[in-house]
Ligand binder design. Structure first.
Ligand SMILES: Cc1cc2nc3c(=O)[nH]c(=O)nc-3n(C[C@H](O)[C@H](O)[C@H](O)COP(=O)(O)O)c2cc1C
Length: 338
């Protein structure tokens, strides 16, 4: 942690420090007295009280929406779901018709309600407070609904994913458990660091890979395909034609011989054919395209089954992190199938 800052002199650092507090993202909507639908992206939303049910958020005093929110009674807070980052961006920009093309419901006080959110709270203003360069609105929740969609997260000025930690980390915790954890128990990752163990990235990736493919292999066996032949067929569904050299690169440059063997056997079976006019490139034959479609859709079904167990929030987060890991380890991978 850096030395304490005098915030009068370092507004940017203050903003950065505030950004270290991870929040959800909401859109607050209302109906202006002239009938216009208004809304803006807000992450200052917070719960205040359970009984009575109260929430708050703050609005910049230079907002074009201030007068409307000060005079209307009703507004609605929409907790955005992970896939709604584009919507968040739209409601954070001035000067466009933010509601264009959105099929809104109409809530209490004629307030427009956005679809597809993690939760919605329909509120009536109970207090307004001056809060420096913002106005704080406290509202009583009159009605709410809530779904299972994972939330959009905002942290350090960027959108983020929320992934759940394992179930041993649920809150609230017993005082005894807290005491035990804060004593001299060595964190699991520290315990195993430096050793080749179940915490080793290579082990996790390798075992996950082999276990995942163990489910796909019976499907490949039905088509008499090896892993490498499956790779060649899938590569050829992504690109119309593929050269032997890029197939080798696609197999991470370490299985070039296997890629060549796979290609030769697929050609022999009539599933792949040399590209007319280019002796160094190959394309799918009609029977190869049908075979690729069968195995890819079966493999996708296995993927869906596995990811469903992981959950709707963690699946996209896992893919995002694996994608980032790949860019770190193999920066050229992104160019492969572009
Ligand atoms: C993630 C995020 C959170 C925001 N939170 C707030 C907030 O809590 N209060 C606020 O006044 N503006 C907030 N803003 C900025 C407003 O969304 C933005 O200024 C918007 O353009 C205001 O709408 P208007 O231009 O129609 O007045 C936030 C923007 C983003 C991207």
């Amino acid at each position: 942690m850096s030395a304490a800052q005098d915030i009068k002199h370092d507004a940017a650092e203050f903003r950065k420090a505030l950004g270290s507090f991870a929040t959800g993202v909401t859109i607050v909507t209302t109906r202006a007295p002239d009938g216009q639908a208004l809304g803006l992206t807000v992450n200052s939303f917070n719960s205040v009280s359970l009984a009575p049910p109260l929430v708050l958020w703050s609005l910049a005093n230079n907002s074009r929406n201030l007068a409307a929110f000060q005079s209307t009674e009703h507004w609605a807070v929409h907790v955005l779901a992970a896939h709604q980052d584009v919507l968040s961006g739209r409601f954070a920009r001035a000067g466009e018709d933010k509601f264009a093309g959105i099929d809104c419901e109409i809530g209490l006080g004629d307030v427009p309600l956005l679809p597809g959110c993690s939760a919605r709270f329909e509120c009536r203003t109970t207090f307004q407070y001056e809060g420096g360069d913002h106005t704080i609105f406290v509202g009583e929740v009159l009605r709410f609904d809530c779904g299972d969609a994972p939330p959009l997260v905002f942290h350090g000025g960027r959108y983020a994913h929320a992934t759940k930690r394992d179930s041993s980390n649920v809150v609230p915790r017993s005082a005894e458990a807290t005491k035990r954890d804060s004593s001299n128990v060595v964190p699991r990752s520290a315990e195993v660091s430096g050793s080749f163990s179940e915490d080793f990235l290579g082990y996790l990736l390798g075992r996950a890979h082999f276990r995942f493919y163990a489910r796909i292999r019976p499907l490949l066996a039905q088509e008499q395909l090896s892993d490498e032949q499956f790779f060649v067929l899938s590569a050829l569904t992504l690109r119309r034609s593929v050269s032997v050299a890029s197939l080798g690169q696609g197999l991470a440059g370490i299985l070039e011989a296997e890629a060549q063997d796979a290609l030769a056997s697929l050609v022999q079976r009539g599933l792949v054919q040399p590209l007319a006019g280019d002796a160094s490139a190959y394309e799918l034959a009609t029977s190869g395209a049908a075979c690729a479609l069968r195995v890819i859709s079966a493999a996708k079904a296995v993927e869906s089954e596995v990811l469903e167990k992981l959950g709707v929030a963690d699946s996209p987060a896992l893919k995002l992190l694996l994608g980032r890991l790949l860019t770190v380890i193999d920066p050229d991978a992104v160019k492969l199938w572009g």
